[in-house]
Design a protein around this ligand. Structure first.
Ligand code: GTP
Length: 825
């Protein structure tokens, strides 16, 4: 047979876990397989003889049973003997008192450990006994961090061996941790499991063990080893009997079927106060065996003393109240000359100096009489009397009590307009806005060059202008806008706030948040072949419908990337016609829609007229002219304050809590007390900013930043409504609204969006279908509302939201917008 490839080998090894694999097949191709088989046969023969010798005459297992045990325990005679005793004794021997079969795991665990300790005890020293835990029934491979017996068997975890000399005993028992060691192999079939280690692994382990034994005990012969094994097994058998008869609580717990009780018993081990007191196995064993003396095990102490590190870490503090010094442990450096066992017993040199200084200061103070004030009080008394009385009525920030409406009229402020930039993903929204800001010198050449370099380094040079708006690393690396980006610019007539919305379908909630702050919208469409068409099926229509539903009436349609279609007039007209047809059905008035051909990347027809000869057919406005000619929305300055929180942030060291958002109605000034809904928490406006400039007041239509006092930021969330305590916005759990259906609507579960606020709810009732133009009832209690129809519905929410008449909401379901509505009074 050809040698197996690495892949084949890997596959074979993987199948080791599979119960169904065939041992023979596995060994067939192994080079040297015959030699291994010879060795194993010889070991099996010798092992069988030894096991038979070790077992008492009452137990006579069959050769097959012995060989199965030997095979499983890698020819370990001690373990095999223990296993066979546990297996056969209760059934074959006359032991009527032992009705309950002892847990093989625990006995095996203990016996195997002692049986494997086949090295000699050093004179004058005794090996620590089995851990107190070892006397209780405990799950296999779950070792407490306490003294454990020496384990030389390689099958035991090195972690246990590593920690065996750690003086854990000064740790209170209740706090003692446990190291859980996973067995290296799944427990074999003899212990109830089904999977076995491979024969190869078994032979390797057996060979390794043999080598270790040879190294450690060159003069020990097999017979002696067997006697020791026997002794250990006998002792542990007695120990186990004692455990059964023992009436001590721990023993009872250990036998309890209640796992909780077993756990308690494990934890209730005696504290070892002095870890250098040697623990002996003999007294315990004698006690366990009753009057019957047990042969003492001649076990060596291979342990080193506890490491200094371990002793210092764990042994300086006793479990209860007692303090132990290093004298409790035979530390190597205890004998160093000049070693101070308790370095903190005496004051340090620093303590002595400080104490002396303190004494002289006290002396001086006592000598010099304290300065007195006019009332005869000492300075300290006077200082203690000083206090700043805080009146809850007195605001910390003084309000100038301005008449904001008058101030606004007096200010002759430039017109203000906020517009949201919407459209399908990658149609060029951010690039167009970046170009606008660059051409208007809001962003300088150096910044653009820097962005260009950075974009080039990650191979996205065409995104340099988009990065003026997209500032997060995620947006830049992905080349996709994620959240609303805000920027400002002004023309001769108007101060504009740009709200650049994400085009990707996944970020529609962010787009809704932006759209709910806008006075008008710029819809960007990619004129490229197929791009416009795919956008129509995507977010072009959805965004347009959403902004309309959120109250936007004015729309500028920027037909972008005209350079990619060589400024084709026919393409421009094709898009214009299709979009006009759609937008008018979405209840936009043709008078309020403007179409502008442009190319954000080259800047043609953005801030400057297009010079391309192919565009000679176009004589209309540039994008900036179209923006400037937009009628600003009416401001409800005299209405009660309503501000939608668009951001909550830390506005610097002096302003730990700041919020920003569009003032939908009313006005604000520094010193005002505001009410935040739905948390119903009040706060004081410490100061105000508009477009990054500090101001005394702000009015409806502006996007303001409020630095707040007297409120914890946990009460402020995106989408919350800020109002005044005098005119609070109501929290509602159910509302009636007029909806325009985008999809089929019926009684169904929906997500309700009010700006960034969102709550789960359901369309509970379909009240009536309404005429689109007249608003009159066309049909009462319809069973379904079809796309494009207008209906009156009742929506129920799972939690209260601050909603009132005139507010616009969006209903979405499964990531799709199903309807947009206007709340009715
Ligand atoms: N040829 C050409 N490419 C453009 C134009 N405008 C934008 N692009 C490219 O289109 C790609 C996407 O541009 P973005 O500005 O990120 O698109 P977006 O609509 O903001 O994308 P999202 O915000 O993620 O929806 C970039 O590679 C731009 O360079 C243009 O006028 N002409």
């Amino acid at each position: 047979m050809p040698p197996k490839s690495g892949f084949q080998r890997a596959k074979t090894v993987a199948y080791e876990d599979d119960d169904g694999y065939s041992d023979d097949e596995y060994y067939e191709d192994e080079p040297g397989g015959d030699a291994l088989a010879d060795i194993s046969a010889e070991q099996m023969r010798l092992g069988t003889i030894k096991v038979k010798e070790a077992l008492s005459s009452t137990i006579q297992p069959s050769d097959a049973e012995i060989q199965e045990a030997l095979w499983h325990y890698y020819f370990d005679v001690g373990k095999s003997v223990t296993y066979l005793k546990n297996k056969l004794e209760p059934t074959r021997s006359e032991a009527p008192a032992q009705t309950k079969k002892p847990k093989a795991t625990s006995r095996f665990d203990q016996a195997a450990k002692v049986a494997n300790t086949t090295v000699k005890n050093a004179p004058g020293k005794q090996i620590p006994s089995l851990s107190p835990f070892a006397r209780t029934q405990r799950p296999l491979h779950r070792y407490p961090c306490s003294y454990s017996p020496i384990v030389l068997d390689s099958s035991f975890s090195s972690a246990e061996y590593f920690f065996w000399d750690t003086p854990w005993c000064n740790v209170p028992p209740s706090r003692l941790g446990e190291i859980t060691i996973q067995p290296r192999y799944p427990r074999g079939g003899l212990l109830g499991g089904s999977s076995k280690p491979s024969k190869l692994a078994a032979l390797a382990a057996a060979r390794k063990k043999k080598q270790e034994e040879a190294k450690q005990k060159p003069n020990t012969n097999d017979t002696k080893s067997n006697i020791e094994t026997d002794q250990a097994v006998a002792l542990l058998d007695k120990l186990n009997v004692k455990g059964k008869d023992d009436s001590s609580p721990s023993a009872q717990h250990s036998d309890s079927k209640d796992p909780k009780m077993n756990k308690i018993s494990q934890r209730k081990y005696p504290n070892r106060k002095n870890s250098n007191i040697p623990l002996s196995l003999e007294p315990e064993v004698e006690e366990a065996a009753g009057a019957e003396p047990s042969p003492a095990l001649d076990l060596p102490d291979l342990r080193s003393d506890p490491s200094d590190f371990a002793s210092i870490l764990c042994a300086t503090h006793n479990t209860e109240t007692e303090r132990h010094g290093p004298e409790d442990f035979p530390l190597t450096y205890n004998s160093f000359r000049g070693f101070n066992p308790d370095p903190f017993a005496k004051p340090s040199p620093d303590d002595i100096v400080l104490r002396a200084q303190g004494k002289s200061a006290i002396g001086k103070t006592a000598k010099n009489s304290q300065p007195k004030n006019a009332n005869g009080d000492s300075l300290s008394q006077s200082v203690s009397k000083l206090s700043v009385e805080e009146s809850p009525q007195t605001p910390k920030v003084k309000s100038k009590n301005l008449n904001v409406v008058e101030e606004f009229e007096k200010s002759n402020m430039k017109r203000m307009a906020n517009f949201v930039v919407i459209g399908h993903v990658d149609h060029g929204k951010s690039t167009l806005m970046g170009r606008l800001l660059y051409d208007l010198k809001v962003v300088d050449q150096r910044s653009i060059d820097k962005l260009r370099k950075e974009a080039e380094t990650i191979g996205k040079s065409s995104f340099a202008l988009a990065w003026v708006m997209d500032q997060t690393s995620e947006e830049r690396s992905r080349g996709v806008t994620v959240d609303i980006a805000t920027n400002y610019f002004e023309t001769d007539k108007t101060r504009f706030t740009i709200l650049d919305a994400p085009g990707h379908k996944d970020f529609i909630p962010n787009m809704i948040a932006g759209a709910s702050q806008a006075d008008f919208a710029v819809l960007v469409i990619d004129a490229g072949t197929n791009s416009f068409e795919s956008g129509l099926k995507g977010q072009t229509k959805e965004h347009a419908l959403l902004v309309r539903s959120l109250g936007v009436q004015r729309l500028i349609v920027a037909i972008n990337k005209m350079d990619t279609v060589s400024w084709s007039q026919s393409r421009f007209e094709e898009i214009t016609n299709q979009m006009t047809a759609f937008l008018t059905t979405a209840s936009f008035s043709p008078k309020t829609i403007t179409f502008i051909p442009c190319a954000g990347l080259t800047g043609e027809n953005v801030a400057r007229k297009v010079e391309d000869t192919n565009a000679a057919w176009y004589h209309g406005e540039t994008l900036i002219q179209a923006l400037d000619s937009s009628e600003p929305a009416k401001r409800n300055i005299e209405k009660p304050l309503r501000l939608t929180i668009g951001d909550v942030f830390r506005g610097g060291i002096l302003n730990p809590v700041s919020i920003s958002g569009r003032i939908d109605a009313g006005s604000l000034q520094a010193g005002d007390t505001i009410l935040c809904m739905p948390s119903a928490e009040t706060a004081t406006v410490k100061s105000l900013e508009v477009e990054n400039e500090p101001v005394d007041w702000a009015v409806a239509g502006q996007i303001a930043t409020l630095h707040l006092a007297d409120i914890d930021p946990i009460h402020l969330r995106l989408g919350d409504i800020v109002c005044t305590p005098q005119s609070p916005v109501k929290l509602v759990k159910s509302f009636g609204c007029k909806i325009l259906a985008f999809e089929h609507v019926m009684p169904m579960g929906v997500d309700v969006f009010r700006g960034r606020l969102q709550a789960e709810g359901k369309v509970k009732e379909l009240g009536a279908l309404l005429g689109k133009a007249s608003g009159e009832v066309v049909k009462k209690k319809p069973r379904i509302v079809k796309p494009g129809e207008v209906a009156r519905v009742v929506v129920e929410l799972e939690r209260e939201l601050p909603l009132e008449a005139g507010v616009r909401v969006v209903l979405r379901e499964g990531g799709n917008t199903v309807a947009a509505g206007l709340i009715e009074g």
